[in-house]
Design a protein around this ligand. Structure first.
Ligand code: ARG
Ligand code: ZN
Length: 867
């Protein structure tokens, strides 16, 4: 039986003992792994007479104190660890365990990925390696010796610097690693295997020479260059923007095929999902190039925000994740397109985070109650966490924000701290009162801001009133007003910016909304105003703002701020689709069609931005914005809008499509933007469904010289449900069947194609030789994508989508509970659907709840959904 007890943030107590250093020995054998851990333990709490260690699914071979084996009555091994009788101030503890990495399909602790050994210890995986104080506030110095067969595992890697290596008897060898920085156990890593290595160097700003090593599967060296370039760019950016320098002589990244998440920031030895490393033009899309750059940056930036300063306890996860996501977003934006990166982040919030806030798992960015920590690596902790840091940045400005960062490191380098410590450093360095602001850490849910305006032409005054309220969430009934930074512009009817004057003084374009209702009166306003609120998404809120079609069209055409133009397009399209769902109109109005026509025709507009404006809001985002919409009607209305645009703008789209075609493939910002616009045009044309549009797709599919164009053509054929789709799917499968990473794109296409018997196709695809239920990338590409991206298919009125997902969850529960819990999220959206669907979902949730061996991961989400 698993321990389903929730842990509370309020129950935090410092550990009774600390561990100054630990010497680890790993003997990797073909039938299992022997681990010997020798820890130097010190008592912190003089009253403690027992040492309580965490342990999970371990085979304990022996325990010794100060070199003497412990008699059976001195220690007790249980389901969650070990209790040792030890009334000593200081002692050396030796623990021997035996592991079975080859059968560790949960991919936590030490496991085998293909032919290589690797580890994943965050959050609580180290306790699957040895009995330990497996908590982030216990910082120890690690030295690690690895022994293994030399031919099979020529590379033996761990954290820090390699201090010794050599040959052993029987064709075996060893390596000894020493990490000079004390670290929590979750940052420990070990890798053993055979790889190709891409080597490079980086000289830091103070002249330190760092060896860079990227380990990939044999034959994949050429696919590693982009990751290596991204790493060097990250190192340089962190020096320039944050004044932060790397601190070891070596930085290693290993790409593995079996991995639960994107990547892991282990000190000096990052382990990456191969999907987040490998790229070349033939196999990776522009989106993937971008994602690799951002994840490489993310893990690198953790070296300061996460590793040098870490979390006191796991409730503080956003301390490192929110901050590091903010940093990787700023990196992407500084080295690429600011507006495109902002749009990407906002889509994550609107398509996913708002849904989490509206569902049974709603939690603050600093949760109060957790059953399985792996369930809290969420869009709330990560992405809303980053939005909270961004609001701080908005309130303080870059200079004071950086002063806050310097104070944070000055105070806390080498420590395990809390979110409150971070906010205190920001407040103390800036002099800004953040008392009310800190509520963003403890309050869950998405605030709703209601807008009303009035204009007095005689007095030439414009009055803006904002009301805020946060709907109750299952974890918190009472909500208080938050400190919300409201970035705004007032435009005149020509789209020009108006000066913001209050009491004859110019005011900054960011208002502080702190009460539940507040008004501002702007003076010297000569005529009617077009309001642009929450520029750059200055706060993670929903906005209720009735705005006319013509005002939104004006913002799309004339706003100086690119984000405002995109946001206006999304709001205009959303309003129109809602009107179509509610049968107030049968199609998009001419104002909208013409506004988008102008975008297609405007070759002065950044192509990447134009592509985003021409992309309709996702069904998931629309469903969050307006509750109670019928799933199918929403799907059909959005589709009708796409078809209408494809037909009415056919000439303009075709012309722009042709104008974007480039003679040669390049991986530059400009080329990526042109491809994005070309493919946005193609997608609309495909929805139009004309024969010549299909010809365009087929031609692009067959003549493409890069994966971005090839996949975009395939996707357009599938989304437009065009007859040529099937042949191209077959051709793609023939070409890439042996490359599982590329086949993931094919699996996503199978799962999201707009056909009626999608489940039949998915079940067939599960029998494909490239599919593997034990590989999370495959599972997410086929089953995850169906549940999360094919909203209409998943919510089929007969419940077949729910039943299918549940069958897979039951299979995965025994293989990889973490992966199962990640892909079950769409099954929790009970509140988004009608009563009949809710009943069908409930049946499946109950089927899960009654499983005899339900994992903690699924238990937490299932019980909350039913609760
Ligand atoms: N710290 C990693 C990152 O954000 C995430 C790893 C979490 N892994 C897990 N199994 N929960 O880069
Ligand atoms: Zn992270």
């Amino acid at each position: 039986m698993q321990d389903m007890q929730a842990k509370l943030r309020a129950d935090y107590r410092p550990a009774d003992h600390t561990i100054g250093s630990v010497d680890l020995l790993f003997r990797l054998e073909e039938h299992g792994t022997q681990v010997i851990a020798v820890s130097q333990v010190k008592r912190q709490n003089p009253a403690a007479t027992q040492l309580v260690l965490d342990g999970d699914q371990l085979q304990c071979i022996g325990v010794a104190i100060n070199g003497e084996a412990l008699a059976a009555d001195r220690f007790e091994v249980g389901e969650n660890g070990m209790i040792i009788q030890a009334d000593l101030a200081e002692f050396e503890l030796t623990v021997e365990t035996w592991l079975d990495p080859a059968n560790n399909t949960a991919l936590e602790g030490l496991y085998k990925s293909g032919g290589a050994y690797c580890t994943q210890c965050e959050a609580e995986g180290f306790r699957r390696i040895t009995y330990f104080l497996d908590r982030p506030d216990v910082l120890a110095r690690y030295s690690t010796r690895i022994e293994a067969d030399k031919a099979l595992y020529p590379y033996l890697l761990s954290n820090g610097n390699k201090v010794a290596s050599g040959d052993l008897a029987d064709g075996r060898h060893f390596a000894q690693w020493q990490d000079p920085f004390p670290k929590p156990s979750y940052l420990f890593a070990l890798v053993a295997g055979d790889f190709d290595v891409l080597r490079d160097r980086y000289t830091t700003v103070s002249g330190r020479e760092v060896a860079l090593e990227l380990f990939v599967d044999k034959g994949n060296l050429s696919r590693g260059q982009h990751a290596m370039d991204s790493l060097k760019l990250s190192m340089q950016w962190d020096e320039q923007r944050f004044g932060l320098e790397y601190d070891l002589d070596i930085y290693m990244i290993v790409a593995v095929d079996f991995f639960n998440m994107g990547a892991m920031e282990n000190k000096g030895l990052n382990v990456f999902n191969s999907k987040a490393v490998l790229a070349d033009p033939q196999t990776a899309t522009d989106d993937e190039y971008h994602r690799i750059e951002s994840i490489i940056g993310h893990e690198y930036f953790h070296n300061w925000t996460g590793n040098r300063v870490t979390c006191r306890d796991w409730f503080q996860l956003s301390l490192k994740e929110g901050l590091t996501v903010f940093r990787d977003q700023e990196f992407s934006s500084d080295v690429g397109s600011e507006v495109v990166n902002r749009i990407l982040a906002v889509k994550t919030m609107r398509n996913h985070q708002f849904a989490e806030d509206a569902g049974p798992m709603a939690h603050p960015i600093r949760p109060d109650k957790v059953i399985e920590m792996n369930n809290f690596y969420t869009v709330t902790v990560y992405d809303k966490g980053a939005e909270v840091i961004r609001m701080l940045h908005t309130l303080l400005g870059e200079a004071r924000f950086q002063a806050g960062m310097r104070l944070y490191f000055e105070r806390h380098d080498g420590q395990a701290v809390t979110c409150d410590d971070f906010v205190a450093a920001m407040a103390d360095a800036s002099g800004v009162d953040l008392t009310q602001f800190s509520l963003w850490y403890s309050q869950s849910g998405t605030p709703v801001v209601e807008v009303s305006e009035s204009y007095d032409p005689v007095a030439q005054r414009y009055r803006l009133t904002l009301k805020q309220h946060t709907p109750a969430t299952p974890d918190q009934a009472q909500k208080r007003p938050l400190h919300i930074p409201v970035a705004l512009q007032l435009l005149n009817q020509q789209g020009q910016d108006l000066p913001l004057l209050i009491d004859r003084k110019a005011v900054a374009p960011v208002l502080d909304l702190t009460g539940s209702e507040q008004s501002w009166e702007f003076e010297q306003i000569a005529g009617p105003v077009v309001l642009s609120l929450f520029d750059n998404f200055s706060a993670p809120v929903k906005v209720m703002q009735p705005q006319s079609e013509s005002d939104l069209a004006l913002l799309i055409a004339h706003a100086k701020n690119d984000f405002v133009r995109w946001d206006a397009s999304q709001r205009l399209l959303a309003q129109q689709i809602f009107a179509m769902v509610e049968e107030e109109q049968t199609q998009l109005s001419m104002t909208v069609v013409d506004a988008l026509r102008a975008v297609v025709l405007n070759d002065g507009l950044d192509p990447a931005l134009a592509a985003e404006i021409l992309t309709l809001p996702a069904e998931a985002a629309l469903a969050q914005e307006k509750a109670g919409l019928d799933v199918e009607s929403l799907h059909l209305a959005r589709k009708a809008a796409l078809t209408q645009l494809g037909l009415e703008l056919e000439d303009e789209l075709s012309a722009r499509y042709r104008a974007c075609i480039q003679p040669e493939y390049q991986q530059t910002g400009a080329a990526v933007g042109e491809r994005a616009l070309k493919n946005a045009c193609l997608l609309l044309l495909a929805h139009g469904g004309k024969a010549n549009s299909e010809q365009l797709c087929l031609k692009q599919y067959h003549t493409a010289n890069n994966m971005t164009d090839r996949l975009a053509a395939l996707n357009a054929l599938n989304q437009g449900a065009l007859p040529g789709a099937a042949d191209c799917m077959l051709a793609f499968e023939q070409q890439w069947r042996d490359d599982a990473l590329v086949m993931d794109k094919w699996f996503v296409q199978v799962a999201t194609a707009a056909n009626t018997d999608v489940l039949t196709h998915i079940k067939q695809a599960m029998a494909h030789p490239a599919f593997d239920m034990a590989n999370p990338n495959r599972v997410r590409a086929l089953i995850g994508a169906f549940a999360s991206l094919n909203r209409n298919g998943f919510h089929a009125p007969d419940g077949s989508g729910y039943r299918f997902l549940t069958d897979q969850l039951i299979a995965l529960n025994g293989i990889n509970p973490q992966c199962a819990a990640r892909i079950m999220t769409p099954l929790m959206a009970l509140k988004e659907v009608d009563g009949e669907r809710r009943t069908l979902m409930t049946v499946e949730l109950e089927r899960l709840a009654s499983l005899p061996d339900l994992s903690k991961d699924l238990y937490e989400k299932v019980s909350k959904s039913l609760g």
